[in-house]
Design a protein around this ligand. Structure first.
Ligand SMILES: [Zn+2]
Length: 438
């Protein structure tokens, strides 16, 4: 009997210490994520009863679950109902009936809220564990209908980003913002079962290179080739090399086209601080190893600028000029055959079939393709300018790190259920990394 109890005691002791270790290992890291800011007023609440606390932890007000509370600002103070002023207010759900969800303008979040006023703004920050934060990030960054292994790769990448960039907004009093600047975080309303599962099944896993958290950049679509970090941003990362991406040559963004009038481009340049005047030329100046454009020349009556490729994307709109892997065609209306074109792209320079009579733009000026001589000896003509600029491009995003469409295709093409396949996706796009608990 004593022996039995002894064994039981040992078993209990072991179980307890195992549990303790687990609890210890799972002690969550909390992030402060800015989810809302406004100059004047914000409503907060919870799906259960909730309470306000001051910075010292003193409970200053309690509310039933159906209520919402309007907070306003007076200078650098938060004004509570009844005119009570506080430098900072914590909002904590106290009841069990609403999964602990707190509300900002009716939108639910896990964790707690902190509200303060600074520089003319009311700032609302969600204090949330990293794992709960990821449940509101993964489905916002990748459709939760995508394959489970792709979602798991995304979860590991997003977690690595969160740990690595914790404190990015420290000067403003929080860790991360909830927009594309950091990572898109939608809170509890965007959570889905599949993305929750992806977060849970990769719980705690991050990417490291030689023991250090990596810069886990990712983008929507590589178009068939990723780009080295150093080529885009000037800072080499040994784990962010450009690769031939066999998985992302046929996605929906593999090939696209967008056109602008000269006036549209000139207006956007002007708005961005490049008063180019009447736009006369826009062309690639230098290429990155993948074929993406490293820099563009823009020239007009107002002057001439060299813009980094990603800068021109920002100027024209990153969702419009989807990547810098582009060929630039300048299209002139008005010949009988219709239009056309000269090509200054990396891969098809001089290869385009040009119809007779078409006008083409070369470095020397505008030429008309002779009827008998084909495209071999264009006859120069003067005075006309192209009416449109057409960008023919590949991929979507900066092209560095994981391609989300490539991750999807890899997962779709992998036979059979394989709960470890997300590791192969990650090591395909990030070379030489390890995948380990934080
Ligand atoms: Zn940010």
């Amino acid at each position: 009997m004593g022996k039995f109890l002894g064994r039981l005691g040992l078993a209990l002791f072991l179980a307890a210490s195992l549990l303790a270790e687990r609890v210890d290992a799972a002690t969550p890291t909390y992030l402060k994520v800015k989810v809302f800011s406004t100059p004047d007023a914000v409503t907060v609440g919870a799906r259960s009863s909730f309470a306000f606390f001051d910075p010292s932890g003193r409970r200053i007000a309690e509310f039933p679950s159906t209520s919402t509370v309007k907070l306003t600002r007076d200078g650098n103070q938060v004004v509570l109902p009844g005119g009570v002023r506080q430098e900072r207010v914590r909002v904590i759900a106290s009841g069990n009936e609403g999964n602990g969800l707190v509300l900002v303008m009716g939108r639910p979040y896990r964790g707690e809220l902190e509200v303060w006023a600074a520089s003319g703004w009311l700032i609302v920050v969600n204090v949330v564990s990293i794992e709960d934060y990821l449940r509101g990030v993964v489905p916002a960054e990748m459709p939760p209908t995508w394959p489970e292994e792709a979602l798991k790769a995304q979860a590991v990448v997003a977690r690595t980003f969160a740990y690595k960039n914790r404190g990015r907004h420290a000067a403003e009093g929080y860790d991360l913002c909830a927009t594309q600047h950091c990572q898109v975080y939608g809170g509890a309303v965007v959570e889905r079962a599949a993305s929750d599962r992806a977060v849970k099944e990769t719980a705690g896993l991050v990417l490291r290179y030689q023991g250090q958290l990596i810069d886990a950049y990712y983008h929507a679509s590589s178009g068939g080739r990723t780009e080295a970090a150093g080529a885009v941003w000037g800072t080499e990362r040994p784990y962010l090399k450009g690769i031939e991406d066999e998985w992302d040559r046929t996605g929906p963004y593999a090939e696209w086209k967008v056109s602008f009038t000269l006036e549209e481009i000139a207006a956007l340049l002007e708005k961005a601080g490049f008063p180019v005047g009447r736009l006369e030329d826009i062309r690639p100046l230098a290429y990155l190893p993948s074929g993406r454009v490293g820099s563009f020349l823009v020239r007009g009556s107002g002057g001439e600028w060299t813009l980094p490729g990603e800068k021109l994307r920002q100027v024209l709109g990153t969702t419009v000029l989807k990547s810098t892997w582009v060929e630039v065609e300048k299209v002139s209306a008005g010949t009988q055959e219709g239009v056309l074109a000269v090509v200054q792209g990396a891969s098809s320079q001089g290869k385009k079939l040009i119809p007779h009579g078409a006008r083409i733009i070369t470095a020397e000026g505008i030429s008309t393709v002779g009827r008998r001589s084909g495209s071999s000896s264009p006859t120069p003509s003067r005075g006309s300018r192209p009416d449109q600029v057409v960008f023919r491009g590949r991929g979507y995003g900066h092209g560095v790190g994981m391609s989300q469409w490539g991750a999807r295709r890899m997962a779709e093409n992998h036979p059979g259920p394989d709960p470890e396949f997300f590791r192969q996706i990650l090591t395909y796009y990030y070379q030489g990394v390890t995948i380990e608990p934080y």
